[in-house]
Write a protein that binds this ligand. Structure first.
Ligand SMILES: [Fe+2]
Length: 354
């Protein structure tokens, strides 16, 4: 199984994983053979990538930290809570909904602790309409993985998870036309978008069920180490560690996922962009922890090697992620196997699509 952008999908491709719509309802089941009609349906639902089964990726299974089932449940819980809290304007919480977020975070915790070797990579199961909810769930898992690598306590990690899930809840008060606008935002619109941190904090500030650590993440996740963030232009040590973790994971996930207005960067490109462009804004130590938990080349990824050959990743290397085991592709078939740990002069130059 491998991930394929919708623009490369062909009639006859077999779906490797189910695809869901914006209500978390099944849109197309696993093993469905794609017809023109189905492809149109995927486009209409704003699906950007799907998993397909083909000869090239036969027998390859990308391993996800969080199962598809838990992912769908998380996204659905996030959506319910976001809607509920924004409709009630911060008062009279539905405690059951807040508990559902905590339950999801607890489940994520269990998965992360039970599978310490599993690396994170994006799983595309839903369309961009679900972006905010999907992004929230992804940032939570990623932040918790980073926090665990930093050896923070379980109790602290749980609060980081809740804060990370809720970090953009204030966006519920910003019109969708502004959030998803393709053209550059007007000055007033930029100002409004920036207010999502305060909106979010206000929604949660009287909520005793949410720890001050989680609330701080909501309010401060756009602060930057060099003082150029918002809302308070905090700098350096003024920004707490739990906030820094979520800020890093938020940026990484946002630039490596699909949005209506831009093409997605692959994990390797996203990490490189953060390394080169955000050196003064983000915490360097956290960046190195992020590097260790992100699966840069998941099983099934097509890559170009420095030799010019195209290959497919067949086994990840947890200790040296840029050097997985690959299989060269010749005439659309998998040929010789190459463990990049044994061939140190050969390296991956980029991920490709076909
Ligand atoms: Fe945000």
């Amino acid at each position: 199984m491998r991930l394929k952008s919708l623009e490369y999908v062909e009639i006859g491709d077999i779906l490797g994983k189910p695809v869901y719509d914006d209500k978390c309802q099944l849109l197309l089941a696993k093993e469905v053979k794609l017809t023109l009609n189905y492809i149109e349906r995927l486009k209409k639902a704003n699906i950007q990538c799907i998993y397909i089964e083909d000869e090239l990726s036969e027998g390859l299974e990308p391993t996800n930290v969080v199962s598809d089932e838990l992912k769908i449940r998380s996204v659905s819980a996030v959506k319910t809570v976001f809607k509920d809290i924004s409709e009630r304007k911060g008062n009279n919480y539905n405690v059951k909904d807040i508990n559902s977020i905590k339950n999801v975070v607890d489940e994520m915790m269990r998965v992360i602790y039970d599978n310490p070797e599993t690396l994170y990579h994006m799983t595309e199961l839903m369309g961009t309409d679900m972006y905010t909810y999907n992004h929230s769930a992804e940032v939570a898992v990623l932040s918790m993985l980073v926090a665990k690598r930093m050896k923070l306590s379980e109790n602290f990690i749980q609060k980081i998870g809740v804060g990370a899930i809720l970090h953009d809840i204030g966006k519920m008060q910003i019109p969708g036309e502004v959030l998803n606008k393709v053209n550059p935002l007007e000055k007033e619109e930029v100002k409004l978008v920036k207010e999502h941190v305060q909106f979010g904090y206000d929604m949660l500030k009287d909520n005793d069920f949410i720890s001050p650590i989680s609330r701080q993440i909501v309010l401060l996740h756009h602060e930057k180490l060099n003082g150029e963030g918002y809302p308070y232009h905090l700098s350096g040590d003024q920004i707490p560690i739990h906030v820094r973790i979520v800020t890093m994971c938020d940026i990484f996930n946002a630039i490596s996922s699909n949005r209506a207005y831009k093409d997605r960067l692959n994990a390797d490109e996203a990490l490189e962009l953060i390394r080169t462009e955000a050196v003064y804004e983000l915490d360097r130590d956290i960046y190195y922890h992020l590097l260790k938990v992100v699966n840069i080349y998941p099983v099934g990824t097509l890559v170009q090697l420095s030799t010019g050959d195209v290959a497919i990743v067949i086994k990840e290397n947890v200790d040296a992620q840029t050097r997985p085991v690959v299989q060269i592709i010749r005439e659309k078939k998998r040929a010789e196997q190459l463990d990049l740990m044994d061939y140190l002069t050969v390296f991956i130059t980029k991920t490709i699509e076909m």
